[in-house]
Structures are given as structure tokens and as C-alpha cells.
Design a protein around this ligand. Structure first.
Ligand SMILES: C[S@@+](CC[C@H](N)C(=O)[O-])C[C@H]1O[C@@H](n2cnc3c(N)ncnc32)[C@H](O)[C@@H]1O
Length: 286
């Protein structure tokens, strides 16, 4: 599955206002004695985690952005340099590194193409202080998560996994909304080549395995509150539901009823009557 950079850009603002919670504070406290921090951001997309943390992490930062999507991975340094420019920060961009200055801090960003499931083959984890992952693990199976985590254990590496999907609601409430949201959630956990993704249960399953591996954990909520004026975001959500639910229903009458529901939701968006809340859970583990 490849992710549309416009979608990643759209969700950035919602992610940013959702994730000020106790996990973030705990992470900042945990590293407060470090003058420099080496971070690997896995499933980095176009670098939203750098955009979010660069200015308020107090240390100099070296980021490595790992993603298995070559388009996103190759766009990220250019997009981040445009963002640094917009913030009036001095920056230097070379073919494989971006370096910018935020107040007294120096931030360097490099990219790496590859799968987080092979992290220890791609990165020297002994030199890393923190792994970050935003909106990534609900896509992975419980077994993949276990295998991923087993790569961090030899290095006792802390992990900050934010915006793990758990539930969605539309307002005004109506029971038929919940029926299609349930089908959407079932689509997330449908059988795929690699098994079943953790989907909405992801934070619970992740926490369980982290505890088994003797990690200490703290969790916090990072919910999107999407008001009636956020047409662009609401259209993205209905578009995702349309694609996923269509794949799960086959009876012609059911399909027709679902298409009518989609048309109704789009009308509600255009009439500024639809709101949504999307629930997520953040985990910091150390
Ligand atoms: C929902 S996007 C989140 C992107 C980014 N973290 C953000 O917050 O904007 C999920 C990302 O995980 C990446 N991804 C999916 N499977 C991966 C894998 N096996 N290894 C590395 N990245 C992967 C996708 O390419 C995509 O960029």
C-alpha cells in the first residue's frame, strides 16, 4: 500500500494537536541529560516526525528516516528543506543529507530505503538512542510486531510509537454509521499475505508484548477532533471508508445502501454538518 503525500500532509496538523500527552513528556524527561540524540524514525513517510519534534527536543538531533516507499523516502529531504525555509531556519541540503539550525540546535536528517522488519540489517542500532514511529504499527501483524521488537531488545532501545489507530465516530450519531465503521475496522484486520494487521487493537497488543519483553511503558490518547469546517480531512476519511467497505460487501443491495450512505456523508460535509473523532493511542516504551 502506498500513501498519498497529500494525505500525510493533511493529517500532520491533526496529529500535531492530538499528541501533547504524558508519553511525550516522559520521553523528553528520559533523554534530558543527552546533548545529542540519534533517532531512527521508522515508516517515516515524508518526515512528519522531524517536523513535529525538531523545534521542541532540546538537544542537537541526528535523524534517520527509514521507509519502504522509495517515492516518499526520496521526497522527504526536499520537503523538509522547504519547511525549514518557511520557518526562516538556515539549512543546507545535499544529495543525501539535510542539515538545519533551530535556535542553538543543529538538526541533521538522512534517509534510508528499506523495511522496518529488517531494521537491524540496515542500521547500526548500537549508535541509536530512540526509535520513533508515527501512524505505523496498526498496519502490521502481531507476529511482525514481535519480530520487530526483538531487534530492539539486545540494545534496550526506547521506542515512541504515536498515533496508533483505535476507533472512529461520526457526528451527528446514527446507528448505520457504526455499522460501516465496524466493517471498516474489520477491513483493517482482514486476512492478508503477511497475516492479519493489528488494526484497532494495535496499542493493546503492542503493550502486551512490550510488557512480556520487560519494557516499562506509558500510554496516552492522541485523538483527532475534526470539526464541520475541515472538509478536506472529512473527505479523506469518507474516501478511505468507501474504498475499504466496498471490498468487504458483495450483495448488490448492501452495496447500493452503502453507496447511498457515502453520498449522504459527502452531502453532510458540504453542508458543514459532519464532524468526526478518530481515537489513537501513543506508547512510549523504555
Ligand atoms: C500512515 S503512513 C505514516 C507516515 C509518517 N510516519 C507520518 O506520520 O506522516 C505509514 C508509513 O509506513 C510506511 N511503511 C509501511 N510498511 C513499511 C515497512 N515494512 N517498512 C518501512 N516503512 C513502512 C509507509 O510507506 C508509510 O510511509
Amino acid at each position: 500500500m502506498s500513501f498519498d503525500p497529500n494525505w500525510l500532509e493533511t493529517r500532520y496538523r491533526f496529529d500535531s494537536s492530538a499528541r501533547k500527552n504524558s508519553t511525550e513528556k516522559k520521553m523528553l524527561d528520559h533523554f534530558s541529560s543527552l546533548a545529542n540524540i540519534n533517532i531512527v524514525d521508522i515508516g517515516a513517510g515524508t518526515g512528519n516526525n522531524v517536523r513535529y519534534y525538531a523545534s521542541f527536543l532540546p538537544q542537537n538531533q541526528n535523524w534517520l528516516l527509514l521507509d519502504s516507499d522509495s517515492d516518499l523516502n526520496s521526497q522527504s529531504l526536499v520537503l523538509l528543506s522547504q519547511w525549514a525555509k518557511k520557518n526562516h531556519w538556515s539549512y543546507q541540503l545535499s544529495e543525501n543529507e539535510l542539515r538545519f539550525q533551530v535556535a542553538t540546535k543543529t538538526v541533521t536528517v538522512k534517509t534510508k530505503l528499506g523495511s522496518l522488519l529488517e531494521l537491524n540489517k540496515l542500521v547500526d542500532l548500537a549508535k541509536v538512542n530512540l526509535i520513533t514511529a508515527n501512524a505505523v504499527f496498526d498496519l502490521f501483524s502481531s507476529l511482525q510486531w514481535k519480530n520487530f521488537l526483538s531487534q530492539l531488545i539486545p540494545f534496550s532501545l526506547p521506542l515512541l510509537a504515536t498515533l496508533n489507530y483505535s476507533e472512529m465516530n461520526f457526528f451527528p450519531f446514527c446507528e448505520i454509521n457504526q455499522k460501516y465503521i465496524d466493517i471498516y475496522n474489520q477491513h483493517m484486520t482482514r486476512k492478508q499475505k503477511f497475516g492479519k494487521a493489528m488494526g484497532p487493537d494495535c496499542a493493546e497488543q503492542m503493550s502486551h508484548v512490550l510488557t512480556q519483553y520487560n519494557y516499562s511503558t506509558i500510554t496516552g490518547q492522541s485523538n483527532w477532533v475534526i470539526n464541520t469546517k475541515e472538509n478536506f480531512m472529512l473527505h479523506f476519511l469518507i474516501g478511505f471508508m468507501e474504498k475499504s467497505v466496498e471490498e468487504m460487501i458483495s450483495a448488490p443491495l448492501e452495496k447500493k445502501a452503502f453507496q447511498q450512505w457515502v453520498i449522504k456523508k459527502r452531502k453532510e460535509i458540504e453542508e458543514s454538518r459532519l464532524e468526526a473523532k478518530v481515537h489513537h493511542i501513543d506508547i512510549f516504551a523504555w
